[in-house]
Each structure stands twice: as C-alpha cells, then as structure tokens.
Design a protein around this ligand. Structure first.
Ligand SMILES: [Zn+2]
Length: 388
C-alpha cells in the first residue's frame, strides 16, 4: 500500500464553510486529499500513518496572491535592492521561498521579477531541487518607459508591448502583468502611463496567448480603461473612487488587495527616502478607499507585495478595515486560488485537490492570531515544515 496519512486536529476549516468541524481530520495519499471529515469518519479509511495535533486547526495552505520572489520588504531601501545583480536576486528568492513555506504559504502568485528568475525558481521547485511554494509567475512586468514599475521593464507602443507579451509567454509565463499607473496620487493625480491603445493591445495579446492579464493600477483614467477593456484582475486599487467601486463591483474583473505597503509604518520607513513623505501623506486616504472597496462586497484575494513570511499581517489589516475573519481567511486561501485559475487544484480542503494544508494552534475563525502559530506545513502531501 502506498503511504496514506491521516492528520487529526482539534478543528478543521475546509476553506469554504463558515464554521470549523470539531474533531476534524484529513486523509492524504499520493500527494492529494483523499477525504475530509470528522476523525471518526476518516479513521475508517485504510492508512499507515496517523498524526495528531491537539489544540490545533487544519486548514488550507495560504496563498500569497501578490508577491515578488526576489523582493525582501524587510531590507532597508528594499525597492532599490531590486537592481542587485541577478545572482544575488536569485539566492534571495530561494531564501524568501523558504520563509514563505515556514509561514504557511504553499502557493505564491508572483507579479513580476527580474531576468525570468521566477521561471527558474518555479521549475526548480517543481523538480524538487529547492524547497518552495507552488508558483505562478508573470516573468517581466511590462511598463511604460516614463512610468512606474520597480519590478517592470520599459516597453513603448503597441508593437513592443505585443512582442514583450509573446516573449513572456514563450518563456513560460503563467500570466501577464502590466503597470498602468503609479502608486501615489502625488501632484499629477494618477495619470495612466500606458495609453488606452497600449492597454487594449496588451489585453488582446495576453488573451490570444491563453493567459490572464493583471495590472498594477490604483485609480484614475487607467482604472476606467482597465474595466472597459476587460482586464482579468487589478492589483492594489489604493485610490479607487466611489463611482469606480460601483463599476468594479459589477464587472468580471477580479481584485487583489495589498494593504501592508501603505499601512505599515515599519514598512514605509524602509522605502527609498524620496517616497516616504508621500506615503505618510496619503496613508489615511488610502485606508478609507480600501475600506470602501471591502464594504462593496467585491470578492478579493490578498498579497504581501514582497513581505515574505508575513501574510498574516495582511489578513489582520483586512479585518481591521471591515472584512469578516471568514472573508479575510478566504482572501488568503480559496479566493487566491480562484483568481489564479487554480481552484480545481488547491485553495481548499476537498478530495482530489493537492494536499496543501497547514496546522495552526487555535481556531482562526475565533482568533486570527492563530495564523502566526504555525505547527506544520504540507505541500502536495509532503511535510515542508514542522515546529519543534
Ligand atoms: Zn508588486
């Protein structure tokens, strides 16, 4: 018999239901979830290993829906460090992936990196050469030459943009990322750095290649165009206005929120000096806009934007801004899988999905701080980390 493991906790949250299952258990074999239920039901399955975690909750592995593998938001001047030599960036990415796993993140959606290093990381993880979460990668972020995008590469005009998307697709990108706006309102009030025609070409070319397209986009005309042109997803939306929230709520375009970079004073201090006053000035306005978008009921996922190992902080911010604990936990699990188009594979504890799960001390639906107390992390049925 192949190895089949039953893991029991005090509770189980499957990533879908509003309540935990007391005495929940999961049966895993062949890297997949075989069955989910109460320990009484699950222990009837043939198995050759049993693990028990008293006082703990079994739940789906976390999904960081917006990160950059070689970005370490804990470094002083961390945006400038994105220009480090590629060997340094790649070694950093390997270290960041270990941190992700240890914090319960079993899938990362990587929204742009340097020199296709994210492809190398994804493949090395898939082949078992280095430890890391499942990765969905955008490769080169595409930005305008005069525009924002610390992790982007400049392309000019529809011809260059179409070519860049074809090259990203040929290199193995899982999705396409463009930079439409900057991050702060600043003095020019949110110009779109890409033209309407350029965004339109990017959407057509991505969809022609069978890839989803998302954008760094915080508001202004660019956000209106993104909705009109049918981008699959938008990242950040820090300055979305009320009219746009209404249009967004009824659109098919999805949403990834990243509160930490704007709300965390610790993190703002680590930005390049020139950016700090603007972040301090716009912080409360941005908090109000994110509250409004959460209140609209628009479904969303959440990401750290390079703050590896700290996804729990983003979940706390969501709740602070009005999300229910259930909504915030789904943002960090199932909703991330849906946005990435991988919800048939991961994101919840259901039979047939990859056995991506974490065991945390406490019940996160009652007390979110449980997310900080990681006991054990499993990816595709293999234990990646255990707290000893
Ligand atoms: Zn980012």
């Amino acid at each position: 018999m192949k190895e089949t493991t039953i893991i029991q906790g005090e509770f189980l949250w499957d990533g879908i239901n509003e309540e935990v299952i007391p005495g929940g258990a999961v049966c895993i074999g062949n890297g997949k979830i075989q069955a989910v239920g109460t320990a009484d039901e699950i222990l009837r399955f043939p198995h050759n290993r049993e693990l028990e975690f008293p006082g703990s909750t079994l739940m789906p592995g976390l999904i960081d829906s917006h990160t950059h593998l070689s970005m370490d938001a804990g470094l002083d001047n961390y945006l400038d460090h994105m220009s480090d030599p590629v060997a340094v960036l790649t070694l950093r990415a390997a270290a960041m992936m270990r941190k992700d796993l240890q914090s319960g993140v079993t899938t990362c959606r990587c929204c742009g990196d340097r020199e296709f290093l994210d492809i190398a990381c994804r493949n090395a993880v898939q082949h078992g050469e280095i430890p890391g979460p499942h990765l969905q990668v955008a490769t080169r972020g595409i930005r305008a030459p005069h525009g924002h995008g610390f992790v982007g590469y400049p392309f000019e005009g529809t011809g260059q943009i179409r070519k860049a998307i074809r090259e990203n697709a040929a290199a193995g990108a899982d999705f396409i990322k463009i930079y439409i706006t900057g991050t702060l309102r600043g003095e020019r009030d949110l110009p779109s750095y890409l033209s309407y025609e350029e965004i339109k070409a990017a959407v057509e070319e991505s969809h022609e290649a069978g890839l989803q397209i998302t954008a760094h986009c915080v508001g202004g005309d660019g956000l209106d165009w993104a909705l009109e042109l049918g981008l699959d997803c938008l990242e950040h939306v820090y300055h979305i206005d009320d009219r746009q929230i209404e249009a967004f709520a009824s659109s098919a375009t999805r949403l990834v929120l990243t509160p930490g970079p704007m709300l965390s004073d610790e993190r703002i201090k680590l930005l390049p000096e020139a950016l700090i006053p603007g972040h301090i000035r716009e912080k409360e306005e941005i908090r109000a806009r994110m509250k409004a978008v959460i209140a609209s009921g628009k479904f969303f996922a959440v990401g750290t934007d390079g703050n590896h190992g700290e996804l729990f902080r983003e979940v706390f911010y969501l709740v602070e801004m009005g999300a229910t604990p259930l909504m915030a936990l789904k943002a960090a699990t199932l909703h991330g899988a849906i946005i990435g188009g991988i919800d048939k594979k991961t994101g919840s504890l259901e039979p047939g999905k990859e056995a991506d799960l974490i065991i945390i001390e406490g019940n996160p639906l009652r007390d979110l701080s449980a997310l900080k107390r990681i006991r054990s992390v499993w990816k595709s049925g293999r234990q990646q980390y255990v707290d000893r």
